[in-house]
Design a protein around this ligand. Sequence first.
Ligand SMILES: [Cu+2]
Length: 294
Amino acid sequence: MTINFQTVFTSWKKKLDAIICGFLLIFHYTNPAIASEPKPWQMDLQEPAGIIATKATDLHNFLLIVITLISVFVLGLLVYVSIKFREKPNVKPSKTSHNTLVEIIWTVVPVLILVVIAVPSFKLLYLTEADKPVDMVVKVTGAQWYWNYEYPDEEISFDSYIIAEEDLKDDQKRMLDVDNPLVVPEGTRIKFLITGNDVMHSFFVPSLALQVYSIAGRVNEIWTEVPLGKKKYYGQCNQICGVNHAYMPIVIKAVPKDEYEEWLKKAKVKFANIQNKDNKKIALLDSKKIKEIK
Ligand SMILES: [Cu+2]
């Protein structure tokens, strides 16, 4: 092969393409702006979003250090006694059964460790339970095997089903994407009212630190902050609820405010809530006409 400018240029172009492609792939898998979802071979928690999730992740990381130190210390003690008190140099075993100082230490030190852990834990618990002013309320109902989302202020509600494997489009995720995601405006504090329709379910969106039981006849509540940025937050039911337990994923889609308004307009038509107080009425987009239906 003769080496001329054209071949050199083409080979360099190919290399450059490969490098750009590699960067794009890395960007795709590391860029938190696309979606909060489980990743292949993920070892850590999902990237936290919002104040509660950030604080919960910090607490988790702190506890990981504490538990590692304790485990290493206990392992060290075990190795030490296994060697020091092995049979060979201790033909006549010691009959010691008490040591007041050691007993005080092994009682007091764990209590102190628990107190140190309790302080940030209680702070976080209080934060999650605090009655913060919220921007919007969403009622979530778990059912066998889908979720129903209701926006009480907008008087719409709709069901959210998993997308079957054979119907998946290229940009949709197997076992995670749904036909009707829960659309919310970015940078919003939301209160979720969570209830159930049949058996127990659990509304679980790890990146937003949401995990609440959905129980028929009872309303649980939790709040979260959906940070700024267009993003999809993926979750799943995590309370075993029957044969299709694995097939009721959750998608919370954060969009810019104007996009949300646009979606809301369309949603009011698409999901015109015929079970609402004004049932038998359906709102029509733009014309604002109310049409009677049977
Ligand atoms: Cu479930």
